[in-house]
Write a protein that binds this ligand. Structure first.
Ligand SMILES: [Zn+2]
Length: 135
């Protein structure tokens, strides 16, 4: 017979400690790969999950801001133009500033809610502020 309680104890005690949400927010860097006339963001899925945003929402912003069409393909974002590392990362930073960080307390613990056709509400889970944003 296996002692399940002891087994569970061992499993739980070996799990890494949960990261605190007060940990400093690090801006994720896009891992860019240029192939011919296309630019790929290889870690697009990872960036979106760090920002807690739907990939299509982040993609829509980048297509508009970079004036480049593209598509999400297997966790990567493919942009139909040759782009520089710097210009892509600048747009990711501006996305974070305008659509992720709370306008009041500047914390990244936010989510968006549909409001109007071109407007969403940025809802802060830390301070409760609700700010309209254009996406
Ligand atoms: Zn806030």
């Amino acid at each position: 017979m296996v002692d399940y309680e002891n087994l569970l104890d061992r499993v739980y005690s070996s799990l890494p400690e949960k990261k605190s949400s007060s940990e400093r927010f690090e801006i994720p860097q896009a891992d860019i790969f240029v192939e011919g006339n296309k630019t790929m963001i290889k870690n697009f899925d990872e960036i979106c999950s760090r920002l807690r945003r739907e990939p299509r929402e982040v993609a829509k912003y980048l297509f508009k801001e970079l004036a480049t069409p593209g598509q999400v393909q297997g966790g990567r974002l493919v942009l139909q133009r040759k782009l520089y590392y710097k210009s892509v990362n600048e747009k990711i930073v501006s996305y974070i500033e305008s659509c992720v960080l709370c306008k009041e307390c500047k914390k990244p613990d936010t989510h968006t809610e549909a409001y109007d056709r071109n407007v969403k509400l940025l809802v802060c889970e830390a301070c409760g502020a609700r700010s309209p944003i254009r996406i």
